[in-house]
Design a protein around this ligand. Sequence first.
Ligand code: ACO
Length: 315
Amino acid sequence: MNSTIIGVGASLPLRCMRNSDLPGDLDTSDEWILQRTGIAQRHIADGETTSLLATRAARNALIHAKISPQDVDLVLVATSTGDYTLPATATLVQRNLGLRGAAFDVNAVCSGFIFALDVADSFIKSGKFRCALVIGAETFSRIVDWSDRSTCVLFGDGAGAVVLRAIDDDERGVIFCKIHSDGNYAHQLITDGGVSTTKDAGLLKMSGREVFKFAVEKFHESLMELLAENQMTVADVDLLVPHQANVRIIKKLVELSGVDERKVLVTLDKHANTSAASIPLALNEVKNTVFSAKNVVLLSMGAGFTWGSALIRFQ
Ligand code: ACO
């Protein structure tokens, strides 16, 4: 038994904020942001909640997969900006779409989508569930410090979703998924606050250079691990979808690994860093071609620190 992606969907908040629309007192510029990060704009939630964006993305993925909502028996939402402390945002999506089965959230910050994919894939391979909605949904605009130019310009809001279904084909689908964490780095990228400490929601704080270095190292290490464990070379990769944090992190990966730059998907210019939503949002951008690719590789790194990789074979 294997699992494979049969549908992709996304949802972005209506409001689009270009670099030139950022608050005037930030002491930044379109030129700096574009050159240092590759970001030209981001979508910012006004009234939209994380669960609303997740619900819309999931609905679009179900339509794309051409399956009935009744077929879904598992809903996972990867998020660190859920609507409430409890219940899980996944249960709100389940209610909104009238789904059955089990629903819960996965919090691995920017790596959340790959962590949730691994959980859903493992459940399907074990025979416990047959059809999962795996959603990445975030509203980071609500936790960034809008007076800190070194962080607030980096993030955007949005949601992406895939439908993952069981197939009787060991040659196709999710071939490999590997997730890692190292809590020693927990304070390098943190949104403090919460019910056990200050009770306030807290604001995001980041050691940018340290995160940058770690992301380059782990993207490269994870890609090499994935290739070695699947007897592949970089030439076998048809599409590489890295978490969208900074275009310079992606360029370093290209330099170190020798992967053909034309095979690497970059959506930072449109979406900025949408944390757990960035990979499914990116997949949605190329959904007409992704299903004809042979080897699609996903890579992520996020707060925790967490990192992971996945190999999905469509042909
Ligand atoms: N506009 C203008 N100047 C800025 C801005 C800005 N938006 N942000 C920082 N600067 C300034 C700094 O204040 C500093 O000025 P100084 O030299 O006078 O002190 C100068 O630019 C250089 O600062 P650095 O921190 O060295 O800038 P760097 O080129 O490293 O870029 C950045 C900073 C974009 C945060 C980078 O380190 C980065 O992308 N790190 C990765 C972090 C990341 O992407 N995190 C996302 C979450 S984790 C994840 O998703 C993987």
